[in-house]
Write a protein that binds this ligand. Structure first.
Ligand code: HEM
Length: 319
């Protein structure tokens, strides 16, 4: 079941230090998801959502949403044409100043089951100073002892390169509880599915598109009114795991549409400047009517994000 978010004693500063050591450090940039573009949109909640949760996001009236689309990693110039993770971070600005933040990824599972395992995985991936590359023996030894860390990489390797930020599924990965007007909690895992369907590139197309096409593509799709997502919830059943970011719900669970997110504008410049630059999107900023599960990975996200935010805001901007 759910309950208060679980604790894990992995030091959040050690996690951020290790992200820097293993994936790179770029002044003024997020320590993960550095290459991003800010967008805005609106969300309209569904009647089914109102039956599951009292959250005002589901009132049926349009709610303004801040959206940040990004490519995994610390490098603000990460290539768009490889089979890596894309991200969709959202902030719903609800009546009365309430906010709902989340950071969704283009994979149903994360790359580690617990913060301690994530730290170990990152350590195993730290480049060897002699070669500038991770030591394959060390990488293999950790993965052999912790096979969960390969699940996400296996998923992504089996998918095509996404043709667009607006043509790939984004999963919340953690379970959340939806609390209805009678006080009952309905547990599930959510995903955002593009209204026009997913679209991938062949290897040849990916080469031809080059390393920097996602920002321009998003602007074009928004101009054409083709950037919208259905916010869907897969409902858990008794006995389903609700505390793991590497165990999706069984494939046959009932899926409920919670509403539709439409992206209506995109930042005009590629620098990452704008309303998404300063904030960090923490999936524990929840509205009344939605509660966190006991997934230890969920609780562990808040502190490292704040540390990353503090470091990047204090650094001189890259010129
Ligand atoms: C303990 C585990 C984790 C650590 C240490 C970690 C670390 C970070 C850091 C440092 C950032 C940049 C924050 C900022 O500067 O604003 C970030 C961003 C992000 N992370 Fe994680 N993360 C963890 C787990 C996860 C998981 C499980 C997911 C999967 C849903 C995830 C998805 C994202 C997304 C989508 C962003 C981009 C947010 C944005 O656009 O601002 N992270 N992460």
């Amino acid at each position: 079941g759910g309950g208060a978010a679980a604790r894990d004693d992995t030091d959040p500063t050690a996690l951020v230090n290790q992200l820097e050591a293993s994936t790179g450090k770029f002044a003024g940039q997020r320590r993960s998801g550095a290459k991003g573009i800010c967008a805005a949109g609106e969300f309209i909640g569904s009647e089914q959502a109102r039956a599951l949760s009292t959250a005002s996001a589901f009132s049926g009236r349009a709610v303004p949403v801040l959206a940040r689309f990004s490519v995994v990693g610390a490098n603000p110039k990460a290539p768009d044409n490889t089979r890596t993770q894309r991200n969709l971070a959202l902030q719903f600005d609800l009546p009365g100043g309430e906010q709902w933040q989340m950071g969704n990824i283009s994979s149903p599972v994360f790359g580690a089951a617990t913060p301690a395992q994530f730290l170990g995985r990152l350590q195993s991936l730290q480049p060897d100073p002699a070669t500038g590359k991770p030591d394959p023996t060390r990488v293999k030894a950790f993965a052999d002892a912790n096979p969960e860390v390969l699940l996400q990489a296996k998923y992504l390797a089996a998918q095509p390169v996404p043709a667009s930020f607006a043509a790939v599924n984004y999963w919340g990965v953690h379970a959340f509880g939806f609390v209805d007007a009678q006080g009952r909690t309905h547990w599930g895992k959510w995903l955002f599915e593009p209204v026009g369907g997913t679209q991938g590139l062949s290897d040849e197309e990916a080469r031809a598109r080059g390393a920097q096409f996602l920002f321009a593509d998003l602007r074009e799709r928004v101009r054409q009114g083709r950037a919208a997502f259905d916010f869907n919830l897969e409902l858990a059943e008794a006995g389903d795991r609700l505390d793991s970011p590497v165990v999706p719900l069984p494939a046959d669970r009932r899926k409920v549409n919670l509403g539709r997110l439409t992206i209506t504008s995109v930042a005009a410049d590629d620098s990452g400047a704008g309303p998404c630059a300063a904030p960090t999107f923490v999936p524990l900023v929840l509205p009344r009517g939605v509660v966190a599960s006991a997934d230890p990975m969920l609780a562990a996200r808040a502190a490292p994000y704040a540390i990353s935010q503090g470091r990047r805001l204090a650094e001189p901007p890259a010129r």
